[in-house]
Write a protein that binds this ligand. Structure first.
Ligand SMILES: Nc1ncnc2c1ncn2[C@@H]1O[C@H](COP(=O)(O)OP(=O)(O)OP(=O)(O)O)[C@@H](O)[C@H]1O
Ligand SMILES: [Mg+2]
Length: 303
C-alpha cells in the first residue's frame, strides 16, 4: 500500500500554508485537454494527480470545466465552494494556493469549478489580456510540484487560457473509431497558441484511453495513433475498466477507491512514465544549456 494513499478522513479544508509547503518554486504546469467530449480527460486529470501525490509530489488540480466533474470526483461538495477557478480567471492578483481546497488524498489539492465558469466564456471576450488570465495566476512560485488543469470539452477561451498557461498538454484519446476526428483542429490550435501566446507549449504525450483488448477496433485505433504521433504516445494504455467510472460517485479517485483495479494500476504506471519523461526533458535541457555555454566560451576564445 502506498502510504500516501491512506486517505485522511478530514473534510476538505483551505490549504494550510504553515504545514510543509516550501514557498517559492515554479511548479510544472500540465493541461489535460481534448475538445472531444467524454474521452477520459477528467478521469485522467483526477487519477494522474492522485498517483503523483501518492509518490510524494505536491499537486494542485484546477477544475476549469463548469460541469465540475473533477471537483465532485475528488469529494468537494458544491456547498463547500467559496472561491473557484472562475475567481482565478477574473480576480487579479489572486494566488492559486489561497483557493486550494484539501482533498482526502494527502498532498492533493483542488481549485474547484463553479457554475460561474459557464458564463466565463462571454465575460472573457471583453476582458483585458483575455488569453493570459490563467497564465498570470499560475505562472508564479507556488507550493506545488505539479499543477494539472482539467479542461472543458471545447476549444473555448477558457481552454485557450489553459493552453496559454501551461508547459505541456496531456491529450487523452479514446480508442474508438472517431478517435482522430477533430484532432487536427486541436493540433492547429496548439500551433496557433505557440505562434502567438506560448512559444514553449509542448504536447507532453498522447494517452490512449478506454482500451478494450477484446475489441479489434481498439487495437487498430491504437496502431493508427502510434503511427501518427510516434513516440509522443505514452507506452501506458488505460484499459476500459468499470471501477474507473464507479469511483467518482463515491467522491474518490479510482486509485483510492480500488487501487488494485486495472484502471488504477494503469494510472499509477502513467504517473511513473510522466515523471521519467520529465527527468529526461530536464537532462536534455541541461545538456543543451551546457553545449550553448561551451559554444559561447569557444567564441570568446577565438575573438
Ligand atoms: N478507462 C475507462 N474505462 C471505463 N470508463 C471510463 C474510463 N475512462 C473514463 N470513463 C468514464 O467515461 C465517462 C467520460 O469520462 P470523463 O468524464 O473522464 O471524460 P471527459 O473527457 O472528461 O468528458 P467531458 O468531455 O464531458 O469533460 C465517465 O463516465 C467516466 O467515468
Ligand atoms: Mg471532463
Amino acid at each position: 500500500m502506498i502510504p500516501a494513499l491512506s486517505a485522511s478522513p478530514t473534510a476538505p479544508a483551505p490549504i494550510d500554508r504553515d504545514r510543509s509547503f516550501p514557498a517559492g518554486q515554479m511548479p510544472r504546469l500540465l493541461a489535460v485537454a481534448n475538445q472531444k467530449g467524454g474521452v477520459g480527460k477528467t478521469t485522467t486529470a483526477v487519477n494522474l494527480a492522485t498517483a503523483l501525490a501518492a509518490v510524494g509530489k505536491r499537486v494542485l488540480l484546477v477544475d476549469l470545466d463548469p460541469q465540475g466533474n473533477a471537483s465532485t470526483g475528488l469529494g468537494v461538495k458544491r456547498s463547500d465552494i467559496r472561491k473557484s477557478a472562475y475567481d482565478l480567471l477574473f480576480e487579479e492578483g489572486l494566488n492559486a494556493a489561497e483557493l486550494a481546497v484539501a482533498t482526502k488524498v494527502p498532498g492533493l489539492y483542488v481549485v474547484p469549478s463553479s457554475m460561474h465558469l459557464a458564463g466565463a466564456e462571454i465575460e472573457l471576450v471583453t476582458a483585458k489580456r483575455r488569453e493570459y488570465r490563467l497564465r498570470e495566476a499560475l505562472r508564479r512560485p507556488l507550493p506545488f510540484d505539479y499543477v494539472i488543469t482539467d479542461c472543458p470539452p471545447s476549444l473555448s477561451l477558457v481552454t485557450l487560457n489553459a493552453l496559454v498557461a501551461v508547459d505541456a498538454i496531456v491529450v487523452p484519446l479514446q480508442c474508438e473509431f472517431y478517435a482522430l476526428e477533430g484532432l487536427s483542429h486541436l493540433v492547429k490550435t496548439i500551433d496557433r497558441v505557440r505562434q502567438h501566446f506560448n512559444p514553449k507549449l509542448d504536447i507532453h504525450g498522447v494517452l490512449l484511453t478506454m482500451y478494450d483488448p477484446r475489441n479489434r477496433l481498439s487495437g487498430a485505433v491504437a496502431d493508427d495513433v502510434r503511427e501518427y504521433f510516434g513516440e509522443k504516445v505514452y507506452q501506458t494504455v488505460i484499459p476500459r475498466n468499470v471501477r474507473l467510472s464507479e469511483a467518482p460517485s463515491y467522491g474518490l479517485p479510482a486509485i483510492v477507491y480500488d487501487m488494485k483495479c486495472p484502471g488504477a494500476q494503469a494510472y499509477i504506471r502513467l504517473a511513473g512514465e510522466i515523471i521519467r519523461r520529465e527527468k529526461k526533458l530536464q537532462s536534455d535541457l541541461a545538456t543543451l544549456q551546457n553545449d550553448s555555454r561551451a559554444q559561447n566560451q569557444d567564441k570568446k576564445v577565438s575573438v
